[in-house]
Design a protein around this ligand. Structure first.
Ligand code: PLP
Length: 406
């Protein structure tokens, strides 16, 4: 089985699980908040991991890292925490986001809207690009009322299409108009060169461990110095009172350890292998769209849309043939929903169900991708042929039925 679904999750390296295992052992079980030796030993490991992560993500102060149960929690904490903070300060909360964000952002936006916030969901064009001029006008207009608290929530790269947003330029615009800037950076590390929290201009940055070879259910929200949020979890004083609850120490250690592996990644080589596969597929299959073909994308992702080829059939065919890939859209009652990302980019309902995301990893070889292209070409042809035969059959029977009715 060849795994080509690295945007969904990644496998943990042996070095990561080994580092974590120590914290399930008999002499590393202490609570980091305890002041006795058992606790202090664990607290040291936690502090060292925080420092490692701060160095890797270029975060000026390691204390700005607040550990969470993953990217979804970090996003919720950023958006809802900022909303309640503004509410407590009697400010009118305006959230500016866009239509292709991850569900975690879209649903947090719906939630704050239901609680009285104004949400502005920006449209994207056919290449998933935002109109930065329109964004600036909107910021300028909202910034005129000093009673407004503006928050801009933006992903660095889209998880389905791999298309990159100019997140540093968007950060500069946010700064210019005094808006709080939340960056969902979950698909950036290990997939773009030189990602840096400090350079992103963001006030809040969401991160997830399992996208970079770390454990699932582990993430962080970087809360830059001076940024205030109402915390969503009350209880103990962990994470500087930003998120109560005994820390997931093994998860934190695994998150930090994973950065050592990601650091060694050869991005130009990954990009070259992915581009060669795209050329092969585009050259061999008619009626094939490569989403975001002419714009910047993260190194490892290709998102195809095939005409007359339902995404669920294609993924099942490829699975049987030994390739794990995904569609961008969520499955609902056994069939695929149209992808909200493709719909926002102007694809119709039918095409928006035909997405195929191929997200390769550092170990994916050119030979595997050549094999994949070959199987993909054959699978698309087979599905199209079958659906043609089926539609001919159903047309005949429909005509027959019409005749009988006459
Ligand atoms: N944001 C983006 C862009 C993602 O790709 C994902 C995961 O697919 C998330 C948020 C959610 O992260 P997690 O799986 O850690 O909750």
């Amino acid at each position: 089985m060849i795994y080509l679904d690295h945007n969904s999750t990644t496998k943990m390296e042996h070095s990561v699980s080994k580092a974590m295992l120590l914290f399930f052992s008999e002499d590393h079980f202490g609570n980091p908040s305890s002041i006795h030796q058992f606790g202090r030993k664990i607290k040291t490991a936690l502090d060292e991991s925080r420092e490692t992560l701060a160095r890797f993500f270029d975060i000026p102060d390691a204390e700005e890292i607040c550990f969470t149960s993953g990217g979804t929690e970090a996003i919720n904490m950023a958006i809802k925490g900022a909303f309640f903070q503004a509410k407590n300060n009697f400010k009118r909360f305006h959230l500016i986001t866009n239509q292709v964000e991850h569900e975690a952002t879209l649903q947090a936006a719906d939630f704050v809207e239901s609680q009285g916030a104004r949400v502005h969901r920006l449209a994207v064009d056919r290449s998933s690009q935002l109109d930065l001029g329109a964004l600036e006008s909107q910021l300028q207009q909202l910034a005129q009322d000093k009673n407004n608290q503006i928050m801009l929530s933006q992903m660095g790269a889209n998880n389905e299409s791999g298309i990159l947003f100019p997140y540093e330029a968007i950060g500069s615009l946010a700064k210019k108009y005094g808006a709080l800037y939340h960056l969902d950076a979950i698909q950036l590390p290990g997939k773009v060169e030189g990602f840096s929290v400090a350079n992103s201009q963001a006030d809040l940055v969401s991160l997830s461990a399992h996208k970079i070879g770390g454990p699932k259910g582990m993430g962080a929200l970087v809360v830059r110095r001076g940024v205030k949020l109402v915390s969503l979890l009350g209880g103990g004083a962990q994470e500087r009172k930003r998120r109560a609850g005994t820390e997931n120490v093994a998860g934190i250690v695994g998150f930090a350890k994973a950065t050592e592996v990601v650091r060694a990644r050869d991005l130009p080589a990954i990009r070259a292998r992915r581009l060669a596969m795209e050329q092969e597929v585009l050259g061999q299959i008619e009626g094939c769209h490569l989403v975001g073909r002419d714009v910047d994308r993260i190194a490892n992702t290709s998102y195809f849309v095939f005409e007359n080829t339902p995404g669920d059939s294609l993924i099942m065919n490829l699975d049987l043939a030994g390739f794990a890939v995904s569609s961008g859209s969520a499955c609902h009652s056994g069939s695929l929903n149209p992808s909200h990302v493709l719909l926002a980019m102007g694809f119709d309902e039918e095409l928006a169900k035909n997405g195929l995301r191929v997200s390769i990893g550092p170990e994916t070889t050119s030979a595997e991708l050549a094999q994949f292209s070959e199987v993909l070409v054959a699978s698309v042809a087979r599905i199209r042929e079958r659906s043609q035969r089926f539609s001919k059959f159903s047309r005949v029977s429909l005509e027959d039925r019409l005749k009988t009715n006459q």
